[in-house]
Design a protein around this ligand. Structure first.
Ligand code: ADP
Length: 665
């Protein structure tokens, strides 16, 4: 028994009482610990005696040892003629300590178990009388009772300490609540979860601490545990401190001896991370299954795709072998060639796809004219378009669009789009191809009027082996063409997108490729040779009459229609009256500044889409920014580089498509 101050006072009191009852000179009080009697209180002994009898076991040569063995009091009237001590080292020790007589009375618990022993020692041979012995018995009972109570109190304190150590170190949130739905206990981990100190949680209603929403989540489980049931659940809970966490909870009812549920213990575990990992695993598994399914389908489609040309080739070989048939027939040879080319294309696509998926496809970076790429793709698809009797329109910009790119690959991408347009449209349909550019993007569009794509599929079709229609009624294909297109376009820093108004309403594939500043300069320089075919209506607002006049003449010489105004207000009125497509605005103007005039135009519904170009003497970043803020589309420094201006004019989308006359239509 761990001796705190209270319990050692109790033991000393018992010993004092025993000494007083027996009138003894010396005494010890021992408690039984792990089968050994240990002295916990003593009077009148020196260290030699205490060391000798430090731990006594049943049957040891000592009155207490004998009393322990017998389970009853032992009285030794004279140690010198007691058989207990005869010839022993113990005798010498007790005699040296001045002891001639001793009595040892066991302290026995109500259960009958030995708790300890008190012994009183006399300097002369002595035997306590009957009255003293009765009082000793009474003292023994009283001592047993008190010691037992102390031991229970100690054991309880130890348990509490152990429990506190466990609950605080376990790391998992633990609480105990009562029937009135208030906290009775909460550990630090729970306090952290809630985001409030333990002191602010204890005694509070659960609904107040958790908040109404979280309390509603756990309410059904609380009802069940208060019904005496053990409850275990996993659910997301939004905590006031830590937000939404996924929790695993075990509720165990706290049931009284009479069967009443007084409350419950809750052990919680934050499984948010586990759930996230599980979710990721589930998704990865689903993706794997999907990929596997794709692969199986792909192999099936591939088999089908190869069987068709192979059977034609086999038939043709048979024809060649049969002397009776005209083996030199051009039809047979054409057929052979067509099927072999088809197979070559399939195998090429497969090899490309393989390289793309392993990321080791090589891209060249040559300066190319994108119009050439589109034209070559159109030429390549010519036979296919003709076979299907489709009509084709091609719209090109008036000026070349230069790009640093891989013309072969881009051609392949556009050809794939054209081939799909052919495939997924009934005979005699219409395909529109266009190339356009502004200062940042070159945009290629391939539009058909075929079967269209459901909106749910417009992204999916770019995945490898993806095919919307598995019935193969639209002929050959492995579901890799669009994956290749996407890979090629993205390799050039661009994007590809599919649009469709839905099934049966045609599809449009839009490829956007970024244009760098260097590409733009190249295009501008090339403009000097380009034939101008779009006429723009342009308003020039400049107070310098010579400057306005010369610019106007130059623009007219290139076929544009021009108007001139000489100050801000006059310019605003002219813009309103004439509604030109483009306004070239000097900034330093009389009456109102070019910025104000720009804001005035932009503020009108008719001015929203007008192309407004600032002409200034200053090209600092600040000036460019001011121009942008005022609503200008472009900012040019005087003297204006005519080619740059022409690039801007040419990039404006035509008001009427018939304005455009490209090289191919
Ligand atoms: P494939 O043409 O070999 O099936 P793609 O990757 O080129 O493979 O196309 C994937 C799928 O996208 C096609 O199977 C088809 O369902 C759909 N698709 C592609 N282009 C078009 C189009 N122009 N119109 C309608 N659906 C299309």
């Amino acid at each position: 028994m761990a001796q705190d101050r209270e319990s050692s006072a109790l033991l000393n009191d018992v010993l004092d009482a025993a000494l007083e009852i027996t009138g003894a000179d010396m005494g010890t009080l021992q408690l039984l610990e792990d089968g050994v009697l240990r002295i916990v209180a003593q009077k009148g002994f020196n260290a030699v005696f205490l060391n000798f009898f430090e731990g006594v076991q049943g049957g040891d040569q000592a009155a207490c040892g004998e009393a322990m063995r017998r389970g009853e009091r032992v009285i030794v009237e004279d140690v010198t003629d007691s058989p207990i001590f005869q010839g022993s080292k113990a005798l010498e020790t007790v005699l040296t300590a001045g002891v001639r007589a001793v009595q040892s009375t066991p302290i026995v618990a109500r259960s009958g178990a030995l708790i300890g022993m008190f012994s009183t020692h006399f300097q002369r041979p002595h035997r306590p009388d009957q009255r003293e012995l009765r009082l000793l018995d009474f003292l023994s009972q009283h001592a047993a009772h008190s010691i037992e109570r102390e031991q229970v109190r100690d054991a309880l304190a130890t348990k509490e300490r152990q429990l506190a150590t466990i609950t605080e170190n376990v790391g998992s949130p633990i609480t105990m609540c009562n029937r009135n739905l208030r906290y009775v206990f909460a550990n630090e981990a729970y306090a952290r979860l809630i985001g409030r100190p333990v002191g602010e949680i204890l005694g509070q209603p659960i609904a107040d601490v958790l908040g109404a929403e979280a309390f509603e989540t756990i309410r059904p489980s609380v009802q069940r545990v208060l019904g005496g049931e053990r409850v275990e659940y996993e659910t997301p809970i939004v905590y006031p401190g830590t937000g939404k966490r996924y929790m695993h909870a075990v509720y165990v009812p706290d049931i009284d001896v009479d069967g009443t549920v007084r409350g419950w213990f809750a052990g919680l575990a934050d499984i948010t991370e586990r759930k996230r990992v599980e979710e990721e695993l589930r998704r990865a598994e689903a993706e794997l299954r999907e990929a596997n399914r794709h692969k199986d389908e792909f192999i099936a489609v591939l088999g089908h795709e190869l069987r068709n040309p192979l059977s034609v080739i086999r038939n043709s070989v048979e024809i060649l072998r049969t002397p009776a048939l005209d083996s030199q027939s051009p039809a047979t040879l054409d057929m052979l060639e067509r099927q072999v080319s088809h197979m070559v294309r399939l195998v090429d696509d497969l090899l490309d796809m393989n390289r793309v998926s392993r990321g080791n496809i090589e891209f060249r970076s040559d300066r190319i004219n994108l119009a050439d790429v589109v034209n070559r793709a159109v030429e390549n698809s010519g036979a296919m378009i003709e076979n299907m009797a489709h009509r084709l329109t091609v719209t090109m910009p008036t000026q070349p669009v230069y790009l640093a790119a891989d013309s072969e690959r881009l051609m392949q991408a556009v050809a794939n789009l054209l081939s799909n347009a052919c495939k997924f449209m009934d005979r005699g349909g219409r395909i529109d191809v266009s190339l356009a550019s502004d200062t940042r993007w070159a945009v290629i569009r391939v539009r058909d009027h075929g079967i269209g794509i459901a909106s749910a599929d417009t992204r999916r079709i770019f995945e490898m082996f993806a095919q919307v229609d598995k019935s193969m009624q639209h002929g050959n294909g492995l579901g890799i063409g669009l994956t290749l297109v996407k890979a090629i376009v993205e390799q050039h820093g661009g994007t590809v997108e599919a649009r469709s108004d839905g099934a049966g309403r045609g599809s449009e594939f839009i490829v956007r490729l970024p244009i760098s500043a260097a590409d733009l300069d190249e295009s501008a320089n090339a403009m000097s040779d380009a034939e101008l075919v779009i006429q723009r209506e342009i308003l020039i607002i400049d107070d310098n009459r010579d400057s306005a006049q010369t610019l106007s003449e130059l623009l007219q010489a290139y076929g544009h229609k021009t108007h001139i105004a000489h100050d801000g207000i006059e310019g605003l009125e002219a813009a309103q009256r004439l509604r030109p497509e483009v306004v070239l605005l000097d900034i330093g103007l009389p009456t109102i500044s070019g910025y104000d005039a720009c804001r005035g135009i932009r503020g009108q519904p008719w001015g929203e889409k007008m192309v407004l170009v600032a002409l200034t003497g200053c090209g600092q970043a600040r000036d460019v920014l001011s121009a942008r803020q005022a609503g200008f589309d472009h900012h040019l420094v005087k003297p204006v580089n005519y080619q740059t201006l022409q690039t801007i004019l040419a990039a404006i989308p035509p008001k009427d498509p018939r304005d455009v006359r490209g090289p191919l239509n």
